[in-house]
Design a protein around this ligand. Structure first.
Ligand SMILES: Nc1ncnc2c1ncn2[C@@H]1O[C@H](COP(=O)(O)OP(=O)(O)O)[C@@H](O)[C@H]1O
Ligand SMILES: [Ca+2]
Length: 511
């Protein structure tokens, strides 16, 4: 005590020092707090954009994606900014007037020009991917498909964006990118994928299988439990430091429009009386005449061509769901499997495993039929509802849904039964795992489909390795630095007051 008093008497200026230290302390706090406030204010972020056109067999859609430039390689940051449906049919329908294929895209491309800021135009990539409709046209008429692609490429090149190509993507790509899209949007690649020193977990995280139903082809893509037997059906990805072995297959001709033609063609009898086919997949009272030239035009139905004297056939609806499925079943071949397990037509498929997201026409059809809430709807219930819907006379259906496009409305009975048959008999889903299928349109703000995955891949936005991050989040680092600086400062002050020595200033010791 005496020593302390002596010290205070010997050093009368110590009070000044305490005042100075207190002022410094307060100033320090003010600086730290204001820095934190300024730092937390969202600074205007530079956004980047990308355009992908999905040229499907029935129609073309344009998608604009956007993401913050600084976070390019973080998973889950790319979002759908805008979507535009091209008016008119798919580009493959312009085989006779190929110039019009490109023209059809102008309206949506003009919209893209206004919805992306001018300063970003020249760095915005634009891609066009054509799917099964163009694959079929290429088989039928290679020259015509080339001309269609040239026409759309010319239109896309005439815009101020960075043109990156217009091509027919393979069925394998279509499946793969659909799978990447849904898992990217679900944030499945993000989970536990950060790099924590030597403790990185390289086990692939749980993923969602992807089921895509188009008009001309359909894709199934998932990570199976067993090893994949066939190389042509397997995809190997390393994403954010994890390895994924993915099974995929695309069935050309098994999109719902081609499947309907195939079903009609296979069930057509040579001696059809009065050129009339009783068709259980259409409602009672619905009747439709189809030209046989059109029916057999596609490579999907060409093999079914029979020697018929008539040149058209009248389809008369009889509205019977179970009979419809019997007819549909005839387009699947369940013999000739040379692998340990197959889906159909001799195609290898490992056992169904995990959860699935079913999008595109799966969603449109099941949504219309009110069958998307699978948690309450068993497969048996779905069949029961189909029985009821298909047996409803066409006049009542039309009266109940006056605003729905007649083409779609008349085909929902067929489409619903086709979906059940494809999933149950084709892919071997059962009553037990039916509820692992979720029918989805969007995840967050973005549509489920192959386009986002395609762009992420072509712009190298999914790194193979997880970005290494410091062990502490930025906030934690700042907090620790501040707390310990203050503690040190307090210690120095206390040391000086009690011992009269500037304990923190080694220079004074030397003197
Ligand atoms: N509202 C809707 N109701 C029913 N079917 C729809 C609806 N909108 C689109 N479709 C169907 O979805 C399918 C989309 O296929 P598309 O992507 O054009 O072909 P693909 O992927 O085989 O090239 C088509 O069969 C189309 O008729
Ligand atoms: Ca499609």
């Amino acid at each position: 005590m005496d020593t302390k008093r002596d010290m205070q008497q010997k050093n009368p200026w110590h009070r000044k020092l305490i005042v100075i230290l207190t002022i410094l302390f307060i100033v320090g706090i003010i600086v730290i707090v204001s820095t934190a406030i300024i730092q937390n204010k969202p600074l205007p972020q530079k956004m980047k954009y990308g355009i992908v056109l999905d040229a499907g067999s029935s129609h073309t859609s344009l998608y604009i994606y956007k993401w913050p430039a600084e976070k390019e390689n973080d998973t889950g940051v790319v979002q759908q900014h805008h979507a535009c449906n091209v008016k008119g049919p798919g580009i493959s329908s312009y085989s006779a007037k190929t110039d019009n294929a490109g023209k059809s895209l102008s309206e949506c491309m003009d919209l893209a020009k206004t919805s992306i800021p001018d300063v970003r135009h020249s760095e915005t990539p634009v891609y066009l991917g054509a799917t099964a409709g163009m694959r079929l046209l290429r088989e039928q008429d290679d020259m015509a498909s080339e001309n269609v692609l040239t026409s759309v490429a010319n239109t896309l090149r005439s815009y101020p964006f960075k043109y990156e190509g217009a091509r027919i993507i393979t069925g394998q790509e279509e499946g793969a990118y659909g799978w990447i899209t849904v898992n990217y949007l679900q944030g499945n690649f993000q989970k536990n994928s950060r790099f924590f020193g030597p403790f990185q977990d390289t086990q692939a995280s749980v993923t969602l299988g992807a089921l895509d139903l188009g008009g001309a082809s359909t894709q199934i893509t998932f990570v199976p439990q067993e090893e994949i037997e066939s190389e042509e059906n397997s995809l190997h990805f390393r994403l954010y430091g994890k390895d994924y072995n993915v099974y995929t297959h695309s069935f050309l001709c098994y999109g719902k429009d081609q499947a309907l033609n195939l079903t009609v063609a296979i069930n057509l009898k040579i001696d059809e009386p009065d050129n009339v086919q009783e068709n259980p997949c259409f409602h009672v009272g619905y009747s439709k005449t189809i030209s046989l030239k059109n029916l057999y035009k596609s490579p999907c139905t060409a093999k079914q061509k029979k020697n018929l004297r008539m040149d058209s056939v009248v389809l008369n609806g009889t509205g019977n769901a179970s009979k419809c499925r019997e007819n549909v079943l005839k387009i699947f071949n369940f013999s000739d499997c040379t692998s340990s397990s197959c889906s159909f037509n001799g195609i290898y498929q490992p056992h169904i495993y995990g959860s699935f997201g079913a999008f595109s026409a799966y969603y449109f059809v099941m949504q219309f039929l009110n069958l998307t809430t699978h948690h309450e709807t068993s497969l048996a219930k779905v069949k029961e509802k189909m029985e009821y819907f298909c047996s409803t006379p066409w006049a009542s259906v039309k009266q109940r849904f006056p605003t729905v496009k007649e083409k779609y409305l008349s085909e929902y009975c067929f489409s619903g039964n086709y979906i059940i048959t494809l999933l149950e008999n084709g892919y071997s889903f059962t009553e037990d795992n039916w509820n692992t299928i979720t029918f989805i349109k969007k995840i967050g703000n973005s549509d489920a489909g192959w386009t986002l995955g395609y762009m992420l891949n072509l712009t190298n936005m999914i790194p193979a390795e997880a970005p290494s991050s410091p062990p502490l989040p930025y906030g934690g680092y700042v907090a620790i630095m501040v707390i310990f600086s203050l503690l040190l400062l307090a210690l120095c002050t206390i040391g000086y007051i009690f011992f009269g020595k500037p304990a923190c200033n080694s220079q004074k010791h030397i003197i």
